[in-house]
Design a protein around this ligand. Structure first.
Ligand code: ATP
Ligand code: MG
Ligand code: MG
Length: 549
């Protein structure tokens, strides 16, 4: 096999399979259901499900729901939807860590019986103090040498609800002098009188993440437990837990670098704040890089997959530019989607020498680069809308669009020449008078003269008026992510709403339908605010890109 093009995780897996450490590959994605997923999670999902596919293995979706404080069913449902949408197939392998509470409890008892865990009565502050620092070893708890019998009895009391929250914990008995602070008798169970979304009031003791996670992996026969770099220092504890709990075929933890986007809010914590402060319209606001936000904006699973592949998998932290994700969606939609005409910021044109009341139809190819998308009929009539910026009363040099006396091509239609304009009392242009030349009809082969500008248009009588939303980064990129007081620097122009006109074929567009609007970018029908016959369009991305592969 070609190991050069494989990432470091694939190389590790190859080695494990070659050496017979494992005879199959089992991965998992273990979200905590305490928020919606974001682009970083997409990386983890596609990595784990992709490896399972590549090695003919299995992929589990497991909710890591061992901490009842912040977990909610709403998040479970949204996470399932997002993972499915990304195309990661867990088949019938959907699990909840909370279903393993009995087994985790048994593991804790096993550790106590082996003299590898003890009940500690120190307060949280004392435990922290006793733990020591990077340069100073920790100090042993006075409760460290309790007998097995006493520990079993006290742990039983904790479980039976006889202890207040925080009064006692169960700790692994490892090494208070370890250079790795995570190994200095970490807490593995705590008392918390809380109702759990799955187990209700059955438990008032809950396992800590570092104890629960390896057990969850081992129970599911996970071979490669892939997580992000901040858990590297926890790996010795992970290995200790699976070994001391005596699981056969211990899973291997592998860490990779998190995905970060430059000047983009990714962390669950920060997205949550934007939602709670009402700065965005929920977790699926199209300006967010939550998976539901990206979907609503118009990103496709294919584009996200391409992006994640381009980012690669590595051990060193790096920050990726959002332009790369934008490049991927352009690449995905370019050949697949029809190119339609929509006038975002309209100004009216009347063609004075065109017959009043007449409508003619132009047969327009849907995508000049992809014939298989066919063509459509586009109506043309005496009154049209064009973009306000495609007309200037006093044009600068090299402005080739419409201005008094100048002739341009109306895309797919005729040459028109601006003859005069009308203005309101404030001096704003309200109407542009043009004449057209019937000889110049698109497709007629006219070669009599040339024009330098081509502009798009929509026939007024048949146009559909719609709401179009244009987006920018929610963060003010000039100022950077955070202000001195730790709040986000917000961009006041992150959402601009336009009343626009689109060709009639777009009136029936359905939620999540995607189009190119010529010259204006790629757009997607909003899946929340659109109604039948009343689509709202979100701009996914403009056509121009600074990003080159
Ligand atoms: P956040 O830091 O945004 O709150 P989290 O890590 O707390 O996310 P979990 O639900 O615990 O969220 O994560 C599920 C999985 O997704 C974990 O395996 C985690 O390592 C992975 N993950 C989270 N953020 C990223 C990221 N930015 N890049 C890659 N993987 C990530
Ligand atoms: Mg987490
Ligand atoms: Mg987190």
């Amino acid at each position: 096999t070609n190991t050069v093009s494989k990432n470091f995780i694939e190389q590790l897996i190859d080695k494990d399979l070659e050496e017979g450490v494992y005879d199959h590959v089992q991965t998992r994605f273990p979200p905590e259901p305490n928020g919606y997923l974001h682009i970083g999670h997409a990386k983890s999902i596609l990595l784990n499900s992709g490896l399972a596919k590549e090695y003919n293995g299995k992929f589990n979706l497991r909710f890591d729901d061992t901490n009842p404080t912040k977990e909610r069913i709403e998040f479970v449902e949204s996470i399932k939807k997002d993972v499915e949408w990304l195309g990661a197939d867990w088949e019938d392998r959907l699990f909840f860590a909370s279903n393993y509470f009995d087994q985790m409890y048994e593991c804790a008892l096993k550790l106590i019986r082996k003299g590898k865990a003890y009940v500690c009565d120190l307060t949280a502050d004392q435990i922290r103090e006793y733990r020591g620092t990077l340069t100073e070893p920790g100090k042993e708890s006075p409760y460290r040498n309790r007998s097995v019998e006493e520990n079993l009895a006290l742990f039983e009391e904790m479980k039976a609800g006889k202890c207040e929250d925080g009064a006692r914990v169960l700790r692994a008995k490892i090494d208070m002098a370890s250079p790795n602070i995570n190994m200095r008798d970490p807490i593995i169970y705590r008392v918390a009188h809380m109702t759990h979304h799955n187990t209700g009031n059955k438990w008032c003791i809950y396992p800590m993440y570092d104890f629960a996670h390896p057990i969850e992996d081992a129970i599911e026969h996970v071979t490669h437990s892939i997580c992000t770099l901040e858990f590297e220092d926890h790996r010795p504890l992970y290995d200790w837990v699976v070994q001391e709990c005596e699981f056969e075929m211990p899973p291997r933890q592998i860490e990779f670098a998190k995905l970060y986007l430059k000047n983009v809010v990714t962390g669950k914590r920060y997205i949550k704040r934007l939602v709670e402060d009402g700065i965005v319209d929920g977790w699926d606001d199209p300006r967010l890089v939550s998976i539901s936000g990206l979907r609503r904006r118009g990103y496709t699973p294919e584009a996200i997959k391409m992006f994640v592949d381009l980012c690669g998998v590595s051990k060193s932290q790096s920050t990726v530019d959002m332009a790369m994700l934008e490049y991927c969606i352009r690449e995905d939609l370019k050949m697949k989607k029809p190119r339609m005409m929509a006038v975002l910021d309209p100004i009216k044109v009347v063609i004075d020498n065109y017959p009043e009341g007449q409508v003619e139809y132009f047969d327009v190819p849907n995508n000049l680069e992809n014939e298989s998308l066919g063509s459509r009929k586009v109506p043309f009539s005496r009154e049209l809308y064009i973009e306000r910026e495609d007309f200037m009363e006093i044009p600068p040099k090299k402005y080739f669009r419409l201005f008094p006396g100048n002739e341009v091509r109306l895309m797919n239609a005729y040459f028109v020449k601006c003859e005069s304009i009308e203005k309101d009392t404030d001096g704003n242009v309200t109407l542009i008078h043009c004449t057209y030349d019937p000889e110049t009809r698109s497709g007629s082969g006219f070669t009599g003269r040339k024009v330098k500008g081509t502009i798009h248009w929509v026939a007024a009588s048949t146009a559909k008026k719609v709401t179009v939303r244009l987006y920018e980064n929610i963060v003010d990129e000039e100022k950077g992510m955070f202000a001195e007081d730790g709040t986000l620097n917000l961009n006041p122009r992150s959402l601009v709403t336009c009343e626009s006109y689109v060709e009639p074929a777009l009136a029936e567009a359905a939620p999540e339908d995607r189009f190119q609007f010529v010259r204006n970018g790629y757009f997607c029908v909003d899946n929340k605010d659109s109604a039948p016959g009343e689509p709202v369009f979100n701009r996914i991305v403009s056509l121009k890109s600074s990003f080159k592969l």
